[in-house]
Ligand binder design. Structure first.
Ligand code: FE2
Length: 196
């Protein structure tokens, strides 16, 4: 990796974040704002020379997250996610809005909706509502409690840019669903772990 690419990547990411803030400052994280951010992130992801998989350490196992920009004071988090062929994740929600855009490879994302009233601890039912094939030129937005699952398809690693309302290291609670058992489990907040 040349410094030139790293410097240009940093510049492009910071420029993107300035534009993202301009949208969020005006509208908040409304559906239309997230749609606008998705279009901007998809344009950034199209600059594939800035996000070559050879420039980032590969996953030791199935997937790896690289932080491109983590803003101070609980600001936005821009990350690059690498998923190896065959990697799958169960349905989950992040607790914070998110915008995704594919750089390279193919990843199938299934979107879900919770269908019970959340009154019974540990119990949840969910239903599929849609699917997005994440490949170059494609992206989508998720609201705070939207649920998705992922599967890398094909023989190439999947590289995705993800913008979160706050950085991954500051996630409150990721909630994992197991539809085959009608169960749900919330992971401890990363904030609580960081404070202990
Ligand atoms: Fe996720």
């Amino acid at each position: 990796m040349t410094m030139d690419v790293a410097a240009r990547r940093k510049d492009a990411c910071n420029r993107f974040l300035r534009r993202a803030h301009a949208v969020l400052d005006l509208e908040g994280s409304t559906p239309s704002a997230l749609h606008a951010l998705k279009l901007k992130l998809t344009a950034l992801a199209a600059r594939t020379e800035l996000f070559a998989v050879s420039d980032f350490p590969m996953p030791l196992a199935q997937g790896r997250l690289h932080t491109l920009v983590a803003e101070a004071d609980d600001g936005l988090g821009l990350h690059l996610l690498i998923g190896m062929p065959g990697k799958m994740s169960q349905p989950h929600s992040h607790g914070i809005w998110c915008v995704n855009a594919s750089v390279s490879g193919k990843e199938r994302h299934v979107l879900w909706r919770r269908t019970d009233d959340a009154s019974k601890p540990g119990y949840a039912t969910i239903a599929r509502t849609g699917e997005v094939l994440m490949e170059p030129g494609h992206g989508y937005a998720m609201a705070d409690l939207d649920i998705h699952s992922q599967e890398v398809v094909g023989r190439q690693p999947s590289v995705i840019l993800a913008l979160y309302g706050y950085t991954f290291e500051r996630f409150t609670s990721v909630v994992w669903y197991q539809p085959e058992f009608s169960s749900v489990r919330a992971l401890p907040s990363r904030r609580a772990v960081a404070a202990s």
